[in-house]
Design a protein around this ligand. Sequence first.
Ligand SMILES: C[S@@+](CC[C@H](N)C(=O)[O-])C[C@H]1O[C@@H](n2cnc3c(N)ncnc32)[C@H](O)[C@@H]1O
Length: 324
Amino acid sequence: MHDLTAAPSHSDHNLFRSDVVDGLSCLQKTIPYRWLYDERGSDLFEEITRLEEYYPTRAETAILRARQPELREFAGPGPILIEYGAGAGVKTELMLGSLAEPRGYVPIDVAHEYLLQTAHRMERRFRSLWVRPVERDFLSAFEMPTDIPAGRRVGFFSGSTIGNLDAAEAEAFLLQMLRHVGPDGAAIVGVDLVKQVETLLRAYDDSEGVTAQFNLNLLARINRELGGDFHLDRFRHVARWNDSERAVEMHLISLTDQWASIGQRRFHFGEGETICTESSRKYDHERLGALAERAGWRVSQAWEDDKRLFSVFALSPRAARSPR
Ligand SMILES: C[S@@+](CC[C@H](N)C(=O)[O-])C[C@H]1O[C@@H](n2cnc3c(N)ncnc32)[C@H](O)[C@@H]1O
């Protein structure tokens, strides 16, 4: 196994603290969603993906499975797969298995343990594959490893993680992915589609309460890692539809008038006041196409599952040197 290119644990701790303190000081208290994914949060997310109500993983996997020949053709021979937010890499094996003799795999994630496990698994599963995990915030500016093998680079961004980014972040992300793969590269992006609000809300507030545990784990993480004193039983998970943003939002609602501390800092929560912990924006083809265009991409192909819940987009650089 190769070393991680970066393991920024100390600066990560400081960043976590400043993101939480700054976020809880805003009028609408907000904590960036990436902090949901410590090891416990990543385990809970994997549990969520197996829930009956959480359709996105099943729908995306069905598309990737049904479109294996098209994905192989689109990526071309001997590609390097660069996966942003790889997580447990559940779809990675399917994706790498679809490609024609993939040469390299670069998973990128902030969840340390999951990143290493996924990298190890792919190395074992695909014996001649060059694997290099990169522990980075994919929204920060960074370079690809310099010793990456030659071959067409294909960005892979699954799980509708693009929906967690606001418009400016999504555009900056797609621009950076274009820079990483170059003008001869390509990208595969999985996107959750706008649909009936009840279906969406059920996916983010399941009957077994796993999503609630996932959300509340953020407060537990603040207590563990930042010395916070949040009482988890004084907050409840809620999922809300924000129509103007076309997003499902996860909030933690304060059940009582209360204070909580993180070190020397104290924060007041009125009864019913919320902390927004995640926004999952939903797209349609037009909006995704327009976003991709703004960031220098064009939609080559788009595939949906049979219930039209989810879509996988094949993107090519608009200024591709050799259009496929
Ligand atoms: C919604 S999960 C998707 C996981 C996987 N791609 C899938 O489809 O099942 C999001 C993943 O992105 C990672 N992640 C979230 N924000 C990130 C960031 N800013 N930089 C790097 N990784 C991030 C999380 O740790 C998590 O593994």
